[in-house]
Write a protein that binds this ligand. Structure first.
Ligand SMILES: Nc1nc2c(ncn2[C@@H]2O[C@H](COP(=O)(O)OP(=O)(O)O)[C@@H](O)[C@H]2O)c(=O)[nH]1
Ligand SMILES: C=C(OP(=O)(O)O)C(=O)O
Ligand SMILES: [Mn+2]
Length: 654
């Protein structure tokens, strides 16, 4: 790994220096052990040897320990034995319950106030506001990226972090995103006072002592996470799950490659390798280094003839990434293998193709709706060594959630819901929280791709965007080219889900499925995408899908899940240049009648599924124009503006 010079950019404060942000000066290099020892004071090292770590890591630990004042420091090694030790302790304390029907599976119930990402409290901290947000029209709040000034952040930090780990252990988690030492991989160190985070990070990322060696003197992404409830605790802790919902903050300092997360233990807020590092921070690194960090699954699809294509697909949270990544084809002779289910880091290689790696090592998937019928490969993945959060539990020691109604065996099975209360079929409240999750090692996936850890990644042939669009949007369409594809991604919308705090089911803009994860100015982000289409790059074709279109009675028009292979089949035939299977519409190329393989499917209203209603798209185009113009203002790239205009013309001509 090479050192990225921008990683070393010192933090330039604009005025009043926040005490917690003060750094040890560079001359500390020669006296580092002394400085470290002094800073640590009487805080003991509970496990591991601090002084064998790279000196930058020592400094980082010492600085933050001095700030957070934990009762001790525990340097994780990522071993099985370590995880066992922590689990045993948590079971004893009642924070984890073993699900006895499986091997090494556990259930965790959180405080019901801490169940999802908190977008309204997630911030990017940059000196210049417009590094983070776009030049929106007057009075318009930017929806992509929340900006906070370094000064304000200093205050927020100072009112939370000093002493925040009192009475708790500060775990030091060394982790690699991507295979350790890989060409596209990056290293992070997360400090956390949550043992649930330690166990989950060990599944989701590569936590091991090898990371220190791969890191050497290079810089790394810094994560500081606290549940925000120092001891002695003054409020009641619910479900043995410490958190501080009123004081939550998830802040990123992209220039410094640093993440500060406070008050929440929920995955998306606390497993800092995931959305915080692999999307918000990494998209900044990617822009500087000429690659992409995207909210995308990666799948390998092999046709009956034996040829394999790789596809990356971006859907907003809880819109079907994990399901598509592990799809079990209903068409005979097809094979899907999973490379990743949530995040793709993609870089053009010497062959001119865009190569993607999955930086993660596990799946943090939505539990409800996952069953042997819908996603048997996910079910196969989490039969052992997994952690379930906020699902229900049966009296037989099994997990339970909405969608498993047909899989509960025996009449006398009793169910305890995610809140710990007795629950039975037909009860008005759900058994599992709608955003309940399984956390499982990717290598256990029965269809994990043999190259899923390849340091060079897999070559991407197609990019698919999609969302939950109950009306108007066809099952699938191919965009007219790279710029139109980027425009289509920028106009992505979807119904809100339980993955964050939004309530109700309104259709919201979610450009590139990145709205909550945008790491810098969205206009610059689009510029970056647009700039990639140049020789010798062979950019992938871009598609849009919608599994969620409904009929007049509110029923899904498309069976979805394993039958989505029929759409993938059409996509791949288009990639191959098969003639006569496309029909031009105003928004892209949809399958021509008879071109989608519907064999063996029941009744499907093809015409309704593929229709591009004029009225719908006219008002949609107006809304999209308003959105792009008011949200992006002067940051709106010309190429996108042109795409908007030509799409409007096509729609008006319908
Ligand atoms: N109707 C329908 N629902 C789906 C489909 N794919 C996924 N879902 C549901 O959407 C929810 C989220 O899916 P998931 O794959 O976990 O989304 P992710 O968060 O983007 O990875 C789950 O409840 C799934 O059962 C599909 O093709 N059709
Ligand atoms: C972890 C998350 O991922 P997903 O996109 O799979 O819902 C989340 O949104 O918190
Ligand atoms: Mn997922």
């Amino acid at each position: 790994m090479t050192t990225n010079p921008s990683l070393l950019t010192p933090y330039k404060n604009t005025g009043a220096q926040s005490s917690s942000l003060r750094q040890i000066s560079e001359d500390a290099f020669y006296v580092v052990n002394e400085v470290v020892t002094k800073r640590l004071g009487h805080i003991p090292i509970l496990k591991g040897d601090l002084h064998v770590l790279p000196y930058k890591v020592q400094r980082f630990i010492a600085e933050k320990a001095e700030l957070c004042r934990p009762r001790g420091i525990y340097i994780c090694d990522g071993t099985h034995a370590e995880a066992e030790e922590i689990k045993d302790k948590l079971v004893e304390r009642g924070m984890l319950t073993q699900l006895s029907a499986y091997e090494n599976n556990y259930l965790c119930r959180t405080d019901p106030k801490d169940v999802a990402r908190v977008e309204s409290k997630t911030w990017m901290v940059t000196t210049d506001k417009y590094q983070t947000v776009t030049h929106t029209a007057e009075g318009v709040e930017p929806i992509m990226g929340h900006w906070m000034s370094p000064l304000d952040f200093g205050e927020e930090l100072d009112s939370r972090f000093p002493g925040c780990m009192a009475g708790r252990t500060m775990y030091v988690i060394p982790f690699s995103m991507g295979p350790v030492g890989g060409r596209l991989s990056k290293i992070g160190v997360q400090l956390s006072d949550s043992n649930y985070v330690v166990l989950s990070m060990r599944i989701m990322t590569r936590v091991s002592l090898d990371v220190w060696e791969a890191l050497g003197d290079n810089d790394f992404v810094r994560g500081i996470h606290s549940v925000g409830l120092p001891r002695p605790v003054k409020s009641a802790v619910v479900n043995h799950w410490p958190c501080n919902p009123e004081r939550v903050i998830i802040a990123h300092r992209p220039a410094e490659r640093e993440i500060w997360s406070f008050g929440s233990g929920y995955g998306g807020n606390s497993l800092l390798g995931k959305k915080c590092f692999a999307l918000r921070i990494a998209s900044n690194i990617a822009r500087d280094e000429g690659w992409l960090a995207e909210h995308m699954l990666i799948m390998g699809v092999t046709r009956p003839c034996g040829r394999e294509h790789f596809i990356a697909a971006a859907f907003p949270s809880a819109c079907g990434k994990t399901n598509l990544a592990m799809l079990e084809p209903t068409l005979p002779g097809w094979k899907v293998r999973c490379v990743g289910d949530d995040i793709a880091w993609m870089k053009f290689a010497e062959d001119g193709k865009l190569h993607a790696i999955n930086p993660e090592a596990g799946f943090f998937g939505v539990a409800p709706g996952t069953s042997n019928k819908t996603n048997p490969m996910a079910v196969g993945t989490f039969q052992k060594n997994s952690i379930f959060t906020n699902v229900a539990e049966t009296s037989e020691g099994r997990y339970y959630w909405e969608g498993l109604e047909d899989e509960v065996e025996g009449k006398n099975v009793q169910i305890t819901d995610w809140l710990g209360k007795p629950w039975k079929l037909g009860d008005p409240t759900p058994a599992a929280h709608p955003n309940s999750r399984f956390c499982a090692p990717a290598q256990q996936c029965p269809i994990i791709h043999p190259d899923w850890e390849s340091p060079n990644g897999v070559p991407i042939d197609a990019i698919i965007f999609g969302g939950r669009r109950p009306t108007g949007v066809p099952l699938v369409f191919e965009t007219f080219g790279w710029e139109h594809g980027v425009f289509t991604g920028a106009s992505l919308k979807s119904e809100t889900t339980a993955a964050a705090e939004h309530t109700g089911k309104q259709v919201m803009h979610d450009p590139m499925a990145m709205r909550p994860f945008m790491g810098y100015n969205f206009g610059k982000y689009l510029d970056h995408w647009l700039s990639l289409d140049k020789p010798p790059h062979q950019v992938p074709k871009i598609y849009h899908v919608n599994w969620f279109r409904k009929d007049a009675n509110g029923k899904f028009l498309w069976p979805g899940y394993g039958d989505n292979i029929r759409v993938i089949d059409w996509v791949i035939r288009r990639l191959d240049g098969e003639e006569g299977i496309g029909k031009d519409t105003a928004i892209g190329v949809v399958p021509a009648p008879g071109s989608l393989n519907l064999e063996g499917l029941g009744e499907v209203n093809f015409d309704e599924l593929m229709s591009v209603p004029r009225d719908y798209w006219q008002s949609d185009a107006k809304e999209v124009r308003k959105f792009l113009e008011t949200q992006l203002g002067s940051d709106l790239p010309n190429a996108i503006q042109e795409q908007l205009t030509s799409q409007e013309k096509r729609i008006n001509a319908l």
